[in-house]
Design a protein around this ligand. Structure first.
Ligand code: 13P
Ligand code: SF4
Length: 355
């Protein structure tokens, strides 16, 4: 469908062709919208100024109404902006939590607020459901860094060595793998194979961090996250010098010298849990920017220092696009049947390991 300005007359006409007129949202901040969304604004008041709420609230109400009409569930990654994470998501989490919840979803439609590989994983685990992503251009530099043919070449170079594949990959790559992992279970997955050597793709830095936690020899690939690779040890040292009390916690996609400067390393959910458990007075989350806003909502006594690196792919997902997704049931995610079976098996092996 050619794209038209959301809320315009042309958009309303198109929406009325697929929904009864009474369900096509008006998208203005009326007293009714203010009343119905007041409890949600309370949740985000620490991170969204009151002057911005009237832009978000009509979309929040419309999305929540349409989720019921479409029997849809919204799965949102921890990097979503606070109005998505707190006001329209049914499930939030890191890649592993979202994959697990996708496997349990009993709605007819899954709207994946995250990047394309996450939506593909949901589709693998729910072949009979409609999986939508609000913007299919939401990619990932790690997923782009490797192809199925590259994995076949690695297997030829290292015969018999099992392949552990980070979920931040395409279904083609997963299909060539023995098992998947996420940053929250990577060490466990590597050790569960009982092998002396494993190939771990595609994130070089995650693999190097896992190598510091295990005796299994790890062969890796040169993929990097374009967001985490930009952090430097020097900038973290500068933060510590100016504020010696600050706690620094880093995602394992960061370069090794950045991880060396941190007090804790873990997946996005591991980082959230660390803040909950330790209640630091000041913390620096070395990861995507929106995480700090989302954790700040739950941690009123902690001050967040923000070196802001945004993931341009995650930031493609917005409230207007989620609404468009639910109205026009787009953009539907499909997986080539030739790779779906083996790719699903690699994801399921990981999920079953965690039960
Ligand atoms: P998590 O699994 O830790 O949420 O990481 C996903 C991701 O894309 C981080 O950049
Ligand atoms: Fe990919 Fe990095 Fe964005 Fe995560 S933050 S989706 S790893 S590019």
């Amino acid at each position: 469908m050619e794209s038209v300005q959301i809320g315009s007359e042309a958009w309303e006409a198109k929406a009325q062709a697929v929904l009864p007129s009474s369900l096509v949202p008006g998208l203005t901040y009326t007293p009714e919208v203010a009343r119905e969304t007041a409890h949600l604004y309370e949740r985000v008041a620490r991170v969204i100024p009151p002057v911005e709420w009237p832009q978000f609230a009509p979309y929040v109400k419309a999305i929540n109404d349409l989720k019921r009409v479409r029997n849809a569930v919204v799965l949102a990654h921890n990097y979503m902006t606070p109005e998505i994470y707190n006001c329209v998501a049914d499930v939030v989490g890191d890649s592993l939590q979202l994959a697990r919840e996708a496997a349990k979803a009993d709605a007819e439609v899954i709207v994946q607020c995250g990047v394309h590989f996450m939506a593909e994983t949901s589709k693998l685990l729910n072949p009979d459901k409609k999986v939508l992503i609000p913007d299919s251009r939401a990619g990932c530099s790690l997923a782009e860094s490797i192809t199925g043919a590259d994995v076949r070449a690695l297997r030829e170079a290292y015969p018999g060595v099992p392949v552990v594949t980070y979920v931040n990959t395409s279904a083609d790559v997963k299909a060539e793998s023995d098992i998947c992992c996420t940053s929250s279970n990577a060490v466990r997955v590597v050790e569960a194979l009982g092998a002396k050597r494993v190939i771990m793709i595609p994130d070089e830095f995650l693999a190097k961090w896992v190598q510091t936690q295990t005796d299994v020899e790890i062969i890796t690939w040169k993929g990097h996250c374009e967001v985490h690779e930009r952090f430097t040890a020097e900038e973290l040292r500068a933060y510590r010098e100016s504020d010696p009390g600050v706690k620094i916690i880093a995602h394992p996609e960061c370069p090794p010298e950045v991880i060396d400067e941190s007090d804790f390393t873990g997946s996005t959910s591991g980082m959230i849990k660390w803040v909950e458990d330790n209640q630091p007075s000041k913390v620096l989350l070395v990861t995507e920017c929106s995480m700090s806003d989302n954790v700040a909502v739950e941690a009123p006594n902690t001050q967040f220092v923000r070196p802001c690196n945004l993931c341009p792919h995650m930031k493609r997902i917005t409230l207007p696009k989620i609404l468009d997704s639910l109205i026009f049931m787009k953009e539907e995610v499909t997986v080539d049947p030739a790779v779906a079976g083996p790719a699903r098996a690699a994801v399921e092996r990981m999920i079953n390991l965690n039960h």
